[in-house]
Design a protein around this ligand. Structure first.
Ligand SMILES: NC(=O)c1ccc[n+]([C@@H]2O[C@H](COP(=O)([O-])OP(=O)(O)OC[C@H]3O[C@@H](n4cnc5c(N)ncnc54)[C@H](O)[C@@H]3O)[C@@H](O)[C@H]2O)c1
Length: 377
């Protein structure tokens, strides 16, 4: 294909959060171009958003079904669709896109249930289409370095993993004020069975699997809804039994007052440890049994080719959230351009990971219902 790959977006209208991040991330490399969208749930608002984004008003649709039908006959139709709606719409939109022969890039949590996730995974496989899930933290260079070092045996066999994602923005009953992002995230019909678990716990869960290469076999979870009247969890503590005998703990919370996006991962093997924090994403700490502690910096020497491929600027010129997202999109564009073996496409978080995330959330909810009984994922 010559020129930027045409793409469409569902969700991401005026006043929304993550749709704009996806667009900026894609624009970093100019390898894809927004041509159409169903940006909001009404035609009027969708056209308004489309206009602000420079999309032809005829190609700003009032629903995803109209988008797929309206674009299907065009020579310049989108090749992939980015889904950035609240969680409950991910499944119907992704299914319709895949059935219509369109590749999909969907935000997390992938779906509302693991059964839906399995259906999408099967559909994408059957049709030979890409179904990527934007677990964007795996796009950070120093997360990729951690993965490369674990895979290269630099810390020995993994024994213990600590994953945390702590926020404080839902420490009060924000949803009652009508705040949009809080309202749907605390509504089980729109968010799914997990509150903080689905919203941010899935990021931590994917990070554990991405960096260690291990699977989460079973969980014992304790969930709380600290804010009165809230149905879904706003805090979770999870013990995990990982493959190959490793153990882990994962905590996620949206009531840790003062915390913004406190995502961190620490991995300890038989001979060393690795520690990464998303609020200081340019650094990866490595500990060794001799007591030494080395701070590895993005852009520095001695990092893997896998990390170098995800690096845009010289060290000391900070890269962050948008660049990490952009790295996932580099992988997406590589795959769609026939280079599925590129360093950024290996591995690209996809439907299988989204499905694992949904199984994790469901297992935690089931465990918590039975007084934190160990539950298979
Ligand atoms: N990867 C990340 O770091 C990250 C961060 C934030 C949000 N997310 C995920 O992204 C998704 C969106 O989150 P957000 O915070 O941007 O939400 P938001 O409420 O800010 O935006 C949602 C957008 O979807 C639109 N929308 C709603 N229903 C629609 C429909 N039927 N058809 C078309 N558009 C529709 C809304 O009008 C709005 O523009 C969620 O699944 C969320 O979990 C991921």
């Amino acid at each position: 294909m010559s020129g930027p790959i045409p793409y469409a977006m569902v969700g991401g209208g005026v006043g929304s959060f993550i749709g704009g991040v996806h667009r900026h991330a894609i624009d970093l490399d100019g390898r894809a171009r927004l041509v159409a969208g169903a940006f909001s749930s009404t035609g009027e608002r969708s056209v308004e958003s489309g206009r602000a984004l420079g999309v032809d008003p005829e190609r700003a649709y009032g629903s995803y079904a109209d988008l797929i039908a309206g674009e299907s006959g065009r020579d310049d139709r989108p090749v992939f669709v980015v889904i950035v709606t609240p969680n409950d719409m991910h499944f119907p939109v992704a299914r319709a896109c895949l059935r219509g022969g369109l590749h999909v890039v969907c935000d997390k949590p992938f779906t509302i249930t693991s059964a839906e996730a399995r259906e999408l995974e099967g559909l994408a496989r059957e049709r030979g289409l890409l179904c990527a899930v934007t677990y964007n933290y795996s796009g950070y260079p120093m997360v990729r370095e951690a993965r490369a070092r674990v895979a290269g045996g630099e810390i020995g066999r993994v024994r213990k993993v600590y994953a945390e994602y702590h926020q404080g923005w839902l420490a009060t009953d924000l949803e009652s004020s009508g705040q949009k992002q809080a309202s749907w995230r605390t509504d089980p019909d729109r968010a799914g069975v997990g509150g903080s678990l689905g919203d941010i716990g899935t990021h931590a869960e994917q990070l554990v699997r991405f960096v260690t290469g291990l699977e989460i076999g079973s969980v014992a979870a304790d969930l709380s809804s600290f804010v009165g009247g809230r149905v879904l969890d706003d805090d979770a503590s999870v013990l995990m039994r990982l493959s190959e005998g490793a153990k882990g703990t994962l905590t996620c919370s949206q009531v840790c007052v003062g915390e913004a996006n406190g995502l961190s991962l620490r991995v300890y093997g038989e001979s060393g440890g690795l520690s990464w924090r998303q609020e200081r994403p340019e650094q990866l700490e490595m500990t060794r049994s001799d007591g030494s502690r080395t701070v590895l910096c993005r852009g520095g020497e001695g990092l893997s080719e896998y990390t170098a491929a995800a690096t845009r600027l010289p060290g000391g010129h900070p890269e962050g959230f948008i660049e990490a997202f952009g790295n996932l999109y580099r992988g997406v564009c590589d795959v769609l351009s026939g280079d599925g073996d590129s360093l950024l496409a290996r591995p690209l978080p996809c439907a299988r990971d989204g499905e694992a995330g949904m199984r994790f959330v469901e297992a935690c909810v089931e465990s918590a219902k039975r007084d934190s009984e160990w539950t298979s994922v």
